[in-house]
Ligand binder design. Structure first.
Ligand code: NAD
Length: 498
């Protein structure tokens, strides 16, 4: 449908929306088997900007079979690694060349600020793409001596790493393009085929990405996209017998459900799930670093970040200064649509997410919590004002559950030990930060904090070289790092007697 919003948009975005996005199967856009569609909304206005198919089980089967055929006939995995690497590098270049279109499409469907879309969804994503593309030529096994009868001179034993097969990538709505690429790229680098299901809330950039991959030279059938709801298309995909591995990023509840069903067919699994991430501020911390660090850590993308800071434990000496500075910062933020480059507070992704975040705040208010609300937000669109909750009681829902919105709890503590005990008192363990200028404290506490990533004097910085994933119920497995492709390959031992 034609875009009729108030912003002047890139012609590539306009033509993409005009073309009525369809499923992407076997190298091209195809109509769904069914008639049901899903409306995609602009979060700044609530207006519908596109419809995508709600894929039926037959559509999903078609996509998986296309991926499986491509895997079985070896059109991708048997290609010379150097050629695959070049194609994936070209894919990254095309994403950069179309960067403005990708950034705008992401902002239009997700709501985040255009500068964030440019910096993360396009800029950071392209760096991840090149990092992974380069791994295509560096997949290695090992040789080793065994103690089998006759001695090692009579045996040659080694391992090969082989692509696992068809990968189902399931992505959430907070960084749809970047997280979608975190599924697709390692799968392709390892020689797998992939079917990506983006969130029903933000399905558009995944479809544009698939088009780019084909233009870059990825063969038809190797990268497919199905759009649809989790309960329908998502379940059909993750339970499909021809899917060998599931790479899922999303909520802990959905991750558990997918994990249970994956076991029936012993599918390989990577789960990147929710967080309730603490930040410990010691009395010797430098507030000039803490304030901007927590503003970004807590409010980037409206707090819709899995590793966002959500629980701050600050030693008493700095409590008043920290609360004063953060209160001033949130009240001075400018508010507006993501397409408005000057707006710092942008809408949340959907009416449902807005209602969910507001319900946590209503619960807190009804229990007499002390709330500091930031800049006023408009009624139109899915806005929530950045909010501080001072010394939140344990009984509040927002104290223990992931809010996934612009809400930061700040608790005064008597000591570093109390901060540590409270920070670790969670079923989740994705990220955590420590703010201090005391090296001994940093060395001591980073070893005792329970999370997959610990930042010191920073929060929420990630990098392709740095493994990322969750302790406890924040997930299973790690993304990124030099070992990333292991999760997309099987180890085969070859044992030759001679
Ligand atoms: P969600 O779990 O509701 O949905 C994620 C995806 O799973 C969507 O594509 C959805 O359609 C699909 N899905 C839902 N039910 C399914 C099912 N039964 N079978 C198969 N697929 C199904 O999560 P969300 O609301 O889209 O995203 C927010 C959540 O994602 C937060 O909890 C956040 O912490 C988490 N997240 C984690 C990371 C990480 O790296 N750990 C990164 C980003 C987001």
């Amino acid at each position: 449908m034609a875009y009729d919003g108030p912003y002047s948009i890139d012609p590539l975005v306009a033509s993409f929306l005009d073309r009525a996005p369809a499923l992407f199967i076997d190298g091209g856009f195809v109509a769904s088997d069914g008639t049901a569609t899903i409306a995609v909304h602009d979060p700044s206005s609530g207006k519908v900007i596109a419809h995508v198919p709600d894929a039926t089980p037959a559509d999903v089967d078609k996509a998986v079979c296309s991926a499986d055929t491509a895997f079985q006939d070896g059109r991708w995995r048997h290609m010379r690694p150097a050629d695959r690497e070049r194609i994936l590098m070209r894919f990254a270049e095309l994403v950069v060349e179309r960067g403005e279109a990708f950034a705008q499409l992401e902002t239009l469907e997700q709501g985040k600020g255009i500068a964030i879309s440019r910096m993360f969804e396009v800029g950071a994503s392209s760096e991840w793409m090149r990092f992974v593309a380069g791994m295509t030529t560096k997949i290695t096994g090992r040789t080793f001596d065994t103690s089998l009868p006759g001695g090692p001179q009579h045996w040659t034993t080694y391992t090969r790493r082989e692509p696992v097969g068809v990968v189902a990538g399931i992505a959430p709505w907070n960084f749809p393009m970047m997280i979608g690429l975190w599924k697709v790229m390692p799968a392709l680098a390892a020689g797998c085929s992939v079917v990506l299901k983006p969130s029903e809330v933000t399905p558009l950039t995944a479809l544009m990405l698939a088009e780019m991959a084909i233009q870059a030279g990825v063969p038809a059938g190797v990268f497919n996209v199905v759009t649809g709801f989790g309960a329908g298309a998502g379940t059909a995909l993750t339970s499909h017998p021809k899917v060998a591995k599931i790479s899922f990023t999303g909520s802990t509840a959905t991750g558990k459900a997918i994990g249970r069903s994956a076991m029936d067919q012993m599918k390989r699994l990577t789960l990147e799930l929710g967080g309730k991430n603490p930040a410990i501020v010691l009395k010797d911390a430098d507030l000039a670093k803490v304030i901007p660090g927590l503003m970004a850590g807590g409010f980037l993308n409206g707090g819709q970040v899995c590793a966002a800071a959500s629980r701050v434990y600050v030693e008493a000496l700095l409590y008043d200064d920290l609360v004063g500075a953060l209160s001033a910062a949130i009240s001075g933020m400018s508010v507006g649509a993501g397409m408005d480059a000057n707006a710092q507070v942008n809408p949340l992704v959907s009416a449902a997410q807005q209602a969910k975040v507001l319900s946590y705040l209503d619960d807190a208010r009804s229990q007499g919590a002390d709330l500091v609300t930031g800049a006023a937000v408009p009624d139109q669109g899915y806005f929530v004002s950045p909010t501080l909750v001072l010394n939140p009681a344990e009984s509040l829902k927002l104290t223990r559950e992931e809010v996934f919105g612009p809400v930061l709890g700040i608790t005064k503590v008597a000591s570093a030990d109390e901060a540590l005990q409270r920070a670790n008192d969670s079923a989740l363990g994705l990220g955590a930060s420590l703010w201090t200028s005391n090296l001994d404290a940093a060395m001591n506490l980073t070893q005792r904090m329970e999370a997959g990533t610990i930042w010191v004097n920073a929060h929420v910085f990630i990098d392709p070289a740095m493994p990322f994933g969750g302790y406890k119920q924040s997930g299973i497995g790690r993304d990124f790092g030099v070992d990333w492709l292991e999760a997309y390959t099987e180890t085969k031992s070859i044992c030759i007697s001679h």
